[in-house]
Design a protein around this ligand. Sequence first.
Ligand code: CDP
Ligand code: CDP
Length: 226
Amino acid sequence: MTAIVVAIDGPAGSGKSSVSKQAARELGYAYLDTGAAYRALAWMLLDRGLDAGNPLVVVESLGEFDFAVGTDPDQYFVKVGPDDVTVAIREPWVTSEVRLVARLPEVREHLMALFRRIVVEAARPGIVVEGRDITTVVAPDATARILLTASEEVRMGRRSKELVDQSAAVVGEQLRSRDRADSRVVDFMNAADGVTTVDSTELDFGQTVSAVVDVVQRAVLRASHG
Ligand code: CDP
Ligand code: CDP
């Protein structure tokens, strides 16, 4: 049987990671956080004291990028070689540098191949894959393709709640500037053809998960009749 792939894109703070993980649990699918790979690569460069702003250095480091990610939504972890970096890759000093690696076509190609391998290996019977270019580049033929959005104000509010030790103004500016930089590389603010938008501005967490699960179940039904 062909694996069921659920592709979810959206800007920072739209709820991609938390909603995708919970939807995967409810559907009995695996879960793949592609942002973790971009973050882990930036972490590796910074950890080695290398210049993440130098494209040659970044591209050369890809050969040594030994990345592992947990695809069971209940056993999530991120590793680079022997180092567990699950927590470290969320630190602001990593977040602010990720754009430097994510903008490079060589990095995107390399990680895309990695994601496609993980999807084939991990789908059981399905997998929810979330990021910025999953609906358009990584898995344009996915069974269900969703753009998860929320107003900028609501997204900033959600992020500041998580980062309690940072001021709301700083968190807001960082989120805006990251989305601006990321949007220059891939368009995740507008739904591509055939992609269903789930706007979570007025939805709480549970309602957003239900809306996503509903889109997936309808797509799976359509595919099985297709
Ligand atoms: O969870 P959050 O929205 O903060 O970000 P993330 O999904 O962990 O992604 C971190 C960064 O990785 C993004 O800001 C993008 O620069 C990059 N990324 C990407 O370019 N393409 C993806 N498919 C996923 C992430
Ligand atoms: O991965 P992304 O940056 O898109 O967002 P996230 O880290 O999954 O979600 C950011 C925060 O928003 C989390 O604490 C979620 O629980 C919360 N959230 C919410 O309060 N209401 C929603 N409808 C969706 C997410």
